[in-house]
Design a protein around this ligand. Structure first.
Ligand SMILES: [Zn+2]
Length: 199
């Protein structure tokens, strides 16, 4: 299992879902381009949308953990921390019969203790990757140019399929994919059991 993309590729990652409006639209775009991505799901959203969790996995994407309710893990007491780390793994395992391999800590906030607890519960802690800032909804053109300017071999690109309005992410994604291909880069997954590459 890798937490970094293969050489000559980037990894597309989607956080904070699944959500019923945007996750299916993102899945349809990824399917059209035959690209496998990695989804870091919030546990409560996974629990509310088990069909979407199953669909994400069935379409070849990696299902991973992004905490139960999206708090700053560094600000929790130990009991809360364990709940935020372990509960989503249990929820995801109950839905798809496999545990997530990684936990991406919300807001990029971690410390040694947080990372130790994540490892203790059987997951690799991963940082947030290159921030597309799509959640600020600065306009599709800005998202596209910001991501493409910073797309290079080994880059992990962070976008969002939840919580709020993500129509700009959906609009930007095909242009981001095409721009990355034009740069001669391929796509590979992180935090996936099998790690197919698409070029
Ligand atoms: Zn998040």
């Amino acid at each position: 299992m890798r937490t970094k993309p293969l050489k000559g590729t980037v990894a597309l990652t989607f956080d904070d879902g699944p959500t019923e409006i945007y996750t299916p639209q993102i899945l349809a775009i990824l399917k059209k381009y035959n690209i496998k991505a990695t989804f870091f799901m919030v546990g409560v959203n996974a629990k509310n949308h088990p069909d979407l969790v199953r669909q994400v996995l069935a379409e070849g994407h990696a299902v991973n953990n992004h905490s139960l309710t999206h708090p700053m893990l560094t600000k929790l007491n130990n009991e809360q921390l364990i709940k935020e780390v372990n509960m989503p793994a249990v929820i995801i395992n109950n839905i798809i019969g496999q545990k997530p391999l990684c936990l991406r800590y919300p807001f990029g906030a971690s410390n040694q203790h947080v990372r130790d607890v994540i490892r203790q519960y059987g997951m690799a802690p991963v940082p947030m990757g290159f921030n597309s800032f799509d959640y600020n909804r600065p306009g599709t053109d800005k998202i596209v140019s910001w991501v493409l300017k910073n797309a290079y071999s080994g880059q992990v690109i962070l976008m969002h399929d939840g919580f709020a309005k993500r129509e700009q992410t959906v609009e930007a994604l095909p242009r981001i994919i095409e721009g990355i291909k034009k740069k001669g880069l391929g796509f590979s997954q992180i935090c996936a059991e099998k790690t197919p590459t698409t070029t």
